[in-house]
Write a protein that binds this ligand. Structure first.
Ligand SMILES: Nc1ncnc2c1ncn2[C@@H]1O[C@H](COP(=O)(O)OP(=O)(O)O)[C@@H](O)[C@H]1O
Ligand SMILES: [Mg+2]
Length: 212
């Protein structure tokens, strides 16, 4: 399967791609994972080298993702898409073959506005909806919001969860808290991913039947 990590602008995609991949590997079911970096920054790919990941992260910043990338069967493939505001064509291509979309956002007005009411961009929800026409099954992939960089006890988490749900989005119960450990993690090895919120995220994805 292919999980597409998306957001209109910076949203925690790369950080969460690395941690989710490790949490899947460390999960009881010991999922085999492979990464793809569809962002021109190539940070997910670089991180896999400097952080000595035990799975590959292939460069894949191409608007021909759906035809040029061969996804290894039997694995959970994770693609870090880059910002749709800047490179919509790449995400359009990824969405043609994604089995699950995770929209990464902070519970802030800044992120909410760029998702829900961008002044001169296509709304990311509409980008996902429009992908249906070019998908084999003619239906859009399931899409879920992952709130990240949340502050424990802050009202913003519940507020933006409700606001996103009011806008018709599915919002995962699991949230990824703001922490120095996550914020400083890109470039370095990842350990103990399944112990914290990313382990909870894997369990929630399993329970919701979103992993296959
Ligand atoms: N859970 C977190 N807690 C604190 N900082 C975070 C967390 N997740 C990401 N960050 C920081 O937020 C910024 C954006 O994250 P990044 O993963 O690069 O997003 P994107 O790939 O969407 O641009 C980076 O500075 C990163 O270190
Ligand atoms: Mg990134």
């Amino acid at each position: 399967m292919l999980i597409a990590n998306v957001s209109p602008r910076t949203g925690g995609k790369t950080t969460n791609s690395g941690w989710l991949a490790h949490a899947l590997q460390e999960a009881e079911k010991e999922y085999e994972v492979a990464g793809f970096d569809a962002d021109h920054s190539q940070q997910f790919h670089s991180w896999s080298l400097t952080g000595e990941f035990t799975f590959p992260v292939e460069p894949a910043a191409t608007a021909k993702f759906h035809t040029s990338i061969t996804l290894p069967p039997g694995k959970i493939n994770i693609v870090d898409c880059g910002h749709t505001e800047n490179h919509p064509d790449i995400t359009n291509s990824v969405l043609r073959v994604a089995d699950l979309v995770i929209l990464h956002m902070s519970p802030t007005k800044a992120d909410f506005d760029r998702i829900i009411d961008p002044p001169d961009k296509t709304k990311i929800g509409e980008i996902i909806a429009m992908s249906a026409a070019l998908r084999e099954d003619r239906t859009p992939p399931p899409a879920w919001v992952l709130l990240n960089r949340t502050i424990s006890g802050a009202s913003s988490t519940g507020l933006y969860r409700d606001m996103m749900e009011d806008e018709g989005w599915n919002v995962l119960t699991t949230v990824i808290p703001r922490s120095e450990a996550f914020g400083q993690s890109v470039s370095y090895p990842v350990t103990g991913a399944s112990k914290g919120p990313f382990g909870q995220l894997v369990t929630e994805l399993e329970q919701r039947g979103l992993l296959k």
